[in-house]
Design a protein around this ligand. Structure first.
Ligand code: SF4
Length: 418
């Protein structure tokens, strides 16, 4: 299968050439995308200048890194305009950006040129605390500069018959975290509630709570058990709020209307995201065989559209693994065609009130796409620009998932331009 036969010709544009091509896109956001695309490597000097009392080191995460390790390097970076770069440590031989420490500052370096000063994330105060059951709170909630991530369970049932998504390493990563860090396989509502209570003591820092985990196909109706578990966790989080609703996002399977109505009515949940991962039915069937088997591409889209009736316009989105549509051997071979096709499908969803956001595809060593190369910087900037322009065209807000509440998606970083 291929979206086109024409191969991308010629040399990839450099970072500087891409900056010149897109004068309307902030240079620091283009830099963020390229750093996410290529990864980072920390020099010994940078590692020696980490202050563990101040800086946030890696805590458990749902997916693994490009170096397949759990070494305590900085969680991620901040640029001087406040842009977060959520980025994996990457082996030096894979040509990543370098994070060095020069003249008292952490800096991003490429080809021996210092490009930018960077900050390490500040460690939240709750990271040094434990729940009453004795678990480190940093193993319950993973913080970003502005949000709290809860990964309730590290297993995805699509892997039960080996139909997990081909770019995904959740199961191998989870097993590694459990054996090396001793993280719990499933969180309890009590632990989550206690950790949230502690995190909220740091007033003004966090703007939202995000929950996600793998799919759980079990239940009277498929995925009922996944929904039941989210209900329990969300209700436990809600104990810490005086209002019924609290700033929150659930990234989960595409549920039916009954399941979605339960989530909306019985919890404080405010927004719902269900990831199609790739906006092309044939590629979806190949790349996400478990999602295709249990729900299917068209029904997944329909469930997203129906979720708008429950959560409201601007409170429903789908995430895509930007660039995975070019994965070999069946993906697009022409980046222009891949971009056009993805944006057309995103436009259809936007016209129905569903946002599309992307993360940069990183071919992880624990996934079946290991060793592949992600697309050009030019492609990823075009994707960010295209998705942002769709939101303008359809007046579709993305407040719950932008640079203030998430900080991962290059396209929603552009919301600051509005
Ligand atoms: S749904 Fe796909 S991407 Fe998500 S955890 Fe399961 S296999 Fe991984």
């Amino acid at each position: 299968m291929s979206g086109g036969t024409e191969l991308v010709q010629g040399k990839e544009l450099s970072y500087q050439e891409v900056v010149e091509k897109y004068p309307e896109i902030p240079r620091l956001i283009i830099l963020k995308i390229d750093v996410q695309r290529r990864g980072v490597h920390y020099t010994e000097k940078a590692l020696n200048n980490i202050d563990e009392s101040l800086h946030q080191l890696r805590s458990p995460y749902i997916f693994g890194a490009r170096d397949s390790k759990l070494t305590p390097v900085p969680e991620s970076l901040l640029l001087r305009d406040g842009t977060s770069i959520i980025v994996d440590p990457t082996p030096a031989e894979q040509n990543p950006y370098i994070v060095d420490f020069v003249e008292g500052r952490f800096v991003l370096v490429d080809k021996e040129e210092v490009l930018e000063e960077v900050d390490l994330w500040q460690k939240p105060k709750f990271y040094d605390k434990k729940t009453s059951s004795g678990i480190a709170m940093s193993h319950i909630i993973s913080a970003r500069p502005q949000r709290l991530n809860i990964f309730q369970s590290g297993f995805c049932h699509f892997w039960a018959n080996d139909k997990g998504c081909r770019y995904c390493d959740i199961v191998s990563h989870f097993k590694q975290q459990r054996s090396e860090l001793g993280i719990p396989s499933k969180l309890t509502p009590q632990d989550v509630s206690e950790a949230i209570k502690e995190a909220l003591k740091e007033e003004g820092r966090f703007t939202g709570i995000c929950l996600t985990s793998g799919s759980d196909t079990r239940g009277e109706e498929a995925f009922d058990q996944e929904v039941d578990f989210y209900l329990e966790i969300l209700q436990a989080i809600g104990e810490n709020f005086a209002t019924k609703k609290f700033p929150s996002q659930l990234i989960a399977t595409a549920f039916n209307e009954k399941q979605l109505a339960r989530l909306y009515e019985e919890t404080g949940l405010m927004s719902y995201t269900s990831d199609l991962e790739v906006l092309n039915e044939q590629l979806f069937n190949w790349i996400c065989p478990g999602k295709a088997e249990w729900i299917g591409y068209q029904e997944w889209k329909n469930r997203l559209i129906r979720a708008v009736d429950i959560f409201g316009r601007g409170f429903v989105s789908t995430g895509i693994v930007g660039g995975v549509e070019t994965a070999k051997p069946y993906g697009f071979t022409d980046e222009n065609e891949a971009l056009k096709s993805t944006l057309e499908e995103a436009e259809y969803l936007a016209s129905k009130g569903v946002n599309t956001v992307y993360i940069v595809w990183v071919p992880k060593p624990g996934s079946s796409f290991k060793g592949q190369k992600n697309p050009s910087l030019d492609y990823f900037v075009g994707l960010a620009k295209g998705l942002h322009e769709l939101r303008i065209k359809y007046s579709l807000p993305i407040d719950y998932d932008d640079y203030r509440r998430c900080g991962n998606h290059p396209d929603t970083d552009l919301s600051r331009l509005l």
